[in-house]
Design a protein around this ligand. Structure first.
Ligand code: GCB
Length: 592
């Protein structure tokens, strides 16, 4: 075992065993254009509610023949049931529906070396939340964060021929991490995004960041390439704009700016350019759009033009797939958003599948992306802070070449306390440092005591996100008018959430709260009043589809949050859908 593993495996605090996060944003490998060998398919699968596998060190076990073995064993991670990867275990067997705990995934890898100096990395698209990786009976590392990718280098432990890979995934909700124990979406578990092997030479490109310099000139492209291993030069090409250059590497990084005139990316014209970086035998590529997003007073501007964000919220949730996303599902979501006349979506409340931003780049939709810094997390805890920072960095590194992503959100509905202010401003600074080409926001709360849009964090943000539920949780809709009149923010406000439950079906009420009619009324009032507030420059009601949520258990909801404009079947539109669609149609017409 590696030294750090010994320390972790003998950790006596079994409530947080292996409390180590050595697989983090620092070793995330840029994967655009790289050949990936999929490890998807059936894996051996063993539930392990009591973390017996960690105590008994199952990763040290050798595969045994069930017919001949005589020992009184209770578990065998090499035998028995299998599970498809990727998937959420809840969706595979009814009896796993509410399972929260550890589960072991085991499979063999047949490794044939291609090049003598090659390095091999495991890339996991996402595993909810805590994932420990073991190869050939050795602990490789631990990643925390349920919605961002991570990489683990396997080279030193990999052997020609047969190898045993084991992943222990734990979906326990904890108090010291993101998200916290209590939230409003379903706690899916498992390796639910793609898992691959990636090979590189000894020296390789670790990261590639390409963006339009946000100086208002629209004619400078910045490139930053990070490399691993000894290298003095790296090549960058953007053929369509006539760039092909070798760049010097200083302390592992090559940086340059190029004066060019790109066609700017916008929802109306989502122009993408092919870029490529190479270092010896290693190369990566990407399709990148160039655009500028900025805030001027209370205005949001895309490529210098004033913009109203006509949006909608969505979760990753599906009746059959759970939190696992498919391309068809993402494309349907975007088609439904376009049917609403949206130019924008808020991907709440955690990083969605990386395909989402790629498809948004291609079809011309703007995105808000967020980390699960949700409600009252443990702001004073350094482990929580590290976790938030790491998830934010992993998200930014994954998606910062996506023109569609215009806003990084550092959180949702966190009460305005001193601890939270410190915690979140640290995240804001980190996001700005990692990426100068986007706006930073957070979904804030109304200051009910002062009936005002007021939050100390707003001083640090570019856009003030505001969740207000006037007409639903705040039953008196007129209070929204008082709030609007009493507030004069100097930055743009985007209504990040509002809405009401609207239940469909035989048992649905015909009137009053939870009826489709009541929900429509809330939309009617909200869309009639908000355009009167000049500083409100965007709107994302809660939300596109009804979705599973354990905390919604009244007789109408039965395990679902029913604030969707479309039912959980992703087909049946509610009356409010048409109200929002017509509202956005009017805004669109007024703009053109
Ligand atoms: C909120 C939360 C969101 C909930 C929503 C609701 O304010 O941000 O996660 O699902 O309200 O339906 O109550």
């Amino acid at each position: 075992l590696a030294d750090n593993a010994v320390e972790c495996l003998h950790n006596e605090q079994y409530d947080r065993p292996y409390n180590l996060q050595n697989l983090n944003y620092r070793n995330l490998l840029f994967s655009g254009g790289r050949e990936r060998e999929s490890l998807g398919g059936e894996w051996r699968f063993t539930l392990d509610l009591h973390d017996t596998g960690l105590r008994q060190k199952w990763f040290l076990l050798q595969q045994r023949d069930a017919e001949t073995r005589r020992d009184p064993y209770d578990y065998d991670p090499f035998a028995g049931q299998t599970i498809p990867v990727p998937s959420c275990w809840q969706m595979i067997k009814d009896k796993w529906f509410y399972f929260e705990g550890s589960a072991w995934y085991t499979r063999e890898i047949d490794y044939i070396e291609r090049d003598e100096d090659e390095r091999v990395f495991l890339r996991v698209g996402a595993a909810n939340y805590d994932c420990k990786v073991f190869l050939n009976h050795r602990f490789i590392g631990n990643h925390y964060g349920g919605s961002t990718p991570f990489c683990a280098e396997l080279t030193p432990q990999l052997q020609p021929g047969n190898n045993i890979l084991m992943l222990c995934v734990n979906n326990n909700r904890t108090t010291d991490r993101l998200p916290l124990r209590n939230n409003d979406w379903f706690n899916y578990g498992g390796i639910y995004r793609e898992i691959d092997l990636i090979r590189t030479p000894a020296s390789y490109i670790r990261d590639l960041f390409v963006y339009l310099v946000p100086d208002g000139g629209y004619n400078r492209i910045a490139v930053r390439i990070a490399v691993e291993g000894p290298a003095t030069e790296v090549n960058f090409t953007l053929t369509e704009l006539g760039i092909s250059q070798s760049l010097p590497v200083v302390e592992g990084v090559a940086e340059a700016t190029f004066c060019v005139q790109p066609v700017l990316w916008s929802p109306e014209q989502p122009k993408l350019y092919q870029v490529m970086a190479s270092l010896g035998r290693d190369w990566v590529s990407d399709r990148v759009g160039f655009r500028q997003i900025e805030v001027v007073g209370t205005d949001i501007r895309l490529n210098g033009r004033s913009l109203y964000l006509r949006g909608v919220n969505c979760h990753e949730d599906d009746l059959l797939l759970g939190k696992m996303a498919s391309e068809a599902d993402i494309r349907r979501r975007f088609r439904d958003a376009k049917a609403l006349n949206c130019n924008y979506l808020r991907l709440a409340h955690y990083p969605h599948h990386e395909m989402a931003a790629r498809i948004a780049d291609e079809v011309g939709l703007l995105l808000w992306e967020e980390i699960p810094n949700y409600w009252a997390i443990d702001f004073n805890n350094p482990a929580t802070q590290r976790d938030a920072h790491n998830q934010l960095m992993e998200l930014i590194m994954r998606d910062r070449n996506r023109a569609s992503v215009i806003i990084w959100s550092v959180g949702n509905e966190n009460a305005d306390t001193d601890e939270r202010l410190h915690f979140m401003t640290t995240l804001v600074k980190a996001a700005r440092q990692a990426d100068p080409s986007r706006l930073i926001s957070a979904a804030c709360l109304v200051n009910h005591a002062k009936m005002k849009i007021e939050d100390r964090l707003a001083d640090h943000l570019d856009i003030i996100g505001l969740n207000e539920y006037y007409g639903w949780y705040e039953e008196n809709f007129e209070d929204l008018i008082a709030l609007g009149e009493n507030s004069s923010p100097t930055k743009p406000v985007v209504i990040t959430e509002t809405g009401a439950e609207g239940v469909l079906g035989e048992h649905a009420p015909q009137s009053g709260p939870f009826s489709e009619h009541y929900m429509a009324e809330v939309y009617r009032k909200q869309t009639a009043y908000l355009p009167k507030l000049g500083y409100v420059r965007g709107f994302t009601p809660w939300l596109l589809y009804d979705y599973r949520s354990e905390r919604r258990q009244n007789p109408y909801q039965q395990g679902f949050n029913c604030k969707g404009l479309i039912a959980a079947d992703k087909h049946t539109r509610k009356a409010a859908f048409y109200i929002l669609r017509d509202f956005y149609q009017q805004l669109k017409q007024a703009e053109s």
